[in-house]
Design a protein around this ligand. Structure first.
Ligand code: GLY
Length: 461
């Protein structure tokens, strides 16, 4: 945990943003995966973590906006817990680590909430995303579970977004440590990407690196020679010469700050001419987008810059045609780059997304597009100092999508479908870094992970 003052300061800042009533934060519970005593690894809720830091199940926190008191509800362990789990610090000691002096047993929570409701006090809460929390919150508040999301406090959500989006130095340092572990995961994965190796051997090894250096992976490892499937979690293919291997993986630490990095390498370590051609288009898009990062620039503009770079590069290779800027404006690049350029990163790998993608990524100035491709851009509004964003352009040859577009002759003035067809077996390439928005620009976080053709070949060969 950070020092207690970090959590008290965060709660004070939250209080300064909202007036009147209580803020209720439910921590996560243990979740069974096949029978009650066999649970998934415990993962604390990120908002609870941010404001209270405690990494244990079955806690709740209340911030009283009228009295400026904070409470933690939770139970001391009993002798049965000690027999199975060992001696644990008492609730008072744990709460003190979060700068909270007032504690109560968990069964007092319902009474506290009931009294507040009876007194006509507003209870602010965030939309729950886990079944257990939905039931718990529904019982506490007397709100049917299907109505909870709509009843969540927009004032609270906006205040949390304001605080959590801007990372301070101690948070950036934690994210950067996780990028450094990702360096080890990715360089190991690259060296293993040789013909005859089965994907799961690499996926298992890099997940082990995460576990043995920090916490778990920050999302299930995406690793495949079929990188044209954007989030490919199947790891049963055998690597073969001529294929590209996409590895999209990161990790999180015990405070839950995370990394999210993608590298794509040629199986065997040497790019052939076709692979090098496409790779350098993605690399140029990654570099151009990164260089454009600075406060005040709408992220959607940077996404469109990357899209134009991709259209330009593919035009140079004869895959696209016409004016690249016009092609990007009309969405022709989305046949090859159908997703968004990136997303915020922090305590969640898609930071804060549980609070509502549009509330995080869009505002009155920049509204979410409904167009194919741009609609998947999770974040479009202006960047601010302290934001940490992923920058992750890609080019994919998705045979099923190519077939649909070709049958419709869609945007044929920008696409050479005959040439596209020769790439149907190519797979995909994505290159992703974690980038901090600084006062006057950007900083790519962590130890540089090989990224140019030369750097990758030097590492692998
Ligand atoms: N890198 C995984 C994701 O952004 O969902």
């Amino acid at each position: 945990m950070f020092p207690a003052t970090v959590y008290s300061d965060r709660r004070k800042k939250l209080r300064d943003e909202i007036s009147g009533g209580l803020i209720l934060f439910l921590g996560n519970q243990e979740v069974p995966f096949n029978y009650p005593a066999n649970t998934y690894s415990f993962r604390q809720d990120s908002n609870f973590s941010y404001f209270f830091g405690l990494d244990h199940p079955d806690f709740a926190g209340i911030i009283d906006l009228d009295t400026s008191e904070d409470f933690i509800f939770g139970n001391d362990v009993d002798i049965d817990d000690i027999i199975w789990m060992g001696v644990q610090p008492g609730i008072g000691e744990q709460a003190a680590r979060a700068g909270v002096s007032l504690t109560a047993p968990l069964d007092k929570l319902a009474e506290t909430v009931k009294d507040a409701l009876a007194g006509g006090r507003k209870i602010h809460f965030v939309p729950p995303y886990r079944g257990e929390t939905i039931l718990w919150l529904s019982d506490l508040l007397g709100i049917p579970h299907l109505e909870l999301k709509a009843s969540a406090s927009e004032t609270l959500i906006k205040a949390i977004i304001k605080l959590r989006m801007k990372k301070d130095a101690i948070e950036v340092a934690e994210i950067e440590k996780m990028v450094d572990v990702a360096w080890k995961m990715h360089t190991t994965g690259m060296k293993m990407a040789m013909p005859g190796v089965v994907e799961r051997e690499i996926a298992g090894t890099i997940e082990g690196i995460a576990l043995s250096n920090c916490g778990p992976v920050s999302f299930p490892v995406i690793l495949s020679i079929n990188g044209q499937t954007l989030h490919n979690h199947y790891h049963g293919n055998t690597l073969a010469e001529g294929r590209m291997l996409v590895i999209d993986a990161g990790c999180e630490n015990d405070l839950h700050y995370s990394s999210d990095i993608t590298r794509t390498v040629p199986v065997g370590g040497k790019f052939n001419a076709r692979q090098k051609g496409i790779y350098e288009v993605v690399l140029n898009a990654n570099l151009a987008a990164t260089k454009a990062v600075k406060p005040g620039v709408p992220f959607r503009e940077i996404h469109m810059l990357a899209a134009t770079e991709i259209a330009k590069g593919l035009t140079n290779l004869g895959i696209m045609k016409g004016d690249p800027a016009e092609a990007a404006l009309k969405g022709a690049h989305t046949l090859f780059f159908p997703h968004g350029l990136g997303h915020p990163l922090g305590l969640d790998v898609h930071d804060l997304e549980g609070l509502g993608e549009n509330l995080i990524g869009y505002d009155d100035e920049v509204q979410r597009s409904k167009e194919f491709g741009l609609a998947f851009l999770r974040f479009g509004r202006k960047l601010q100092e302290g934001f940490v964003m992923t920058i992750e352009p890609g080019i994919y040859f998705i045979p099923e999508l190519i077939d649909i577009w070709k049958a419709e002759n869609k945007l044929a003035e920008f696409i050479n479908y005959d040439i596209v067809d020769t790439y149907r077996d190519f797979g995909g390439i994505r290159i992703e870094d974690d980038v901090l928005v600084t006062a006057d620009g950007y900083r790519v976080l962590g130890k540089p992970i090989p990224k140019t053709v030369e750097e990758i070949e030097a590492l692998m060969c």
